[in-house]
Design a protein around this ligand. Structure first.
Ligand code: FPP
Length: 222
């Protein structure tokens, strides 16, 4: 079966840095390299949608120094790597409370969202994203308008309205939790957890997970 949509929780950057005797930001930098490499491999497999957790609402609570370094890296990564390195086959989508970012980062995001609107593949980047904040926003929107009468109508109120259901979710870094990551799209996803820290995650391990997924029988609760 063709895998259409996947989610990845990229965990373990700081532990990787610590294990290698490097400052935290180096873990995030290596994590950005891994993201580019894995996104290429995922799209080569014909997957249409890949969503990654790059910065959660909870990540705002980290030290100012780490938040600033991470956001600087994200801006650099979008400009120098996403916009230049993916050709015209990939579209970029950003999901979260983007109003919390400074205007240069907001401008970079706007620029990235405009390119390749008809591309076959989409890379979804959750930034300042948290599912509870997303749900609260949807509830507020619903209270301002007509109450949605169907699941389909409710989904239209979500920040992630255009993101299809995940076939599978991968979480690296050894923790077995979803951490406020796209619950709507996760409802029937197969979950894969690996102890590998995100910077060390490889194409080989990705393909092993895809293989295992192909051997899983899904019944969607029926
Ligand atoms: C989780 O590891 C990772 C993050 C909070 C940041 C993810 C960001 C990247 C992979 C950088 C690149 C992203 C983009 C879009 C350029 P952690 O910091 O929680 O590590 P730990 O679990 O070892 O503490």
């Amino acid at each position: 079966m063709q895998i259409k949509s996947i989610g990845i929780i990229m965990d373990g950057n700081r532990r990787w840095a610590k294990e290698n005797g490097l400052p935290r930001v180096e873990g995030h930098k290596k994590g950005a390299d891994t993201l580019e490499k894995i996104a290429r491999a995922v799209f080569e497999q014909g997957v249409e949608h890949m969503a990654v957790y790059a910065f959660s609402t909870e990540n705002w609570k980290r030290s100012k120094e780490e938040v600033d370094a991470l956001l600087k890296l994200i801006k650099f990564f979008i400009e120098k790597r996403l916009l230049k390195g993916f050709g015209d086959n990939v579209r970029f989508r950003f999901v979260g409370d983007l109003s919390l970012f400074d205007s240069p980062l907001q401008e970079t995001i706007k620029k990235a969202e405009k390119i390749n609107p008809k591309a076959k593949h989409s890379l979804w980047i959750a930034l300042s994203y948290g599912a509870r904040a997303e749900m609260l926003d949807a509830a507020r929107a619903s209270a301002r308008g007509d109450a949605p009468q169907s699941e389909e109508d409710f989904k239209k109120l979500l920040w992630s309205a255009d993101l299809p259901d995940f076939d599978l979710i991968i979480r690296t870094g050894g923790k077995k939790r979803l951490s406020n990551f796209f619950p709507w799209q996760s409802a029937y996803a197969e979950l894969f957890f690996t102890d590998t820290l995100w910077p060390d995650f490889s194409e080989r391990e990705l393909l092993q997970i895809f293989n295992e997924f192909q051997n899983t029988k899904r019944n969607f609760g029926k």
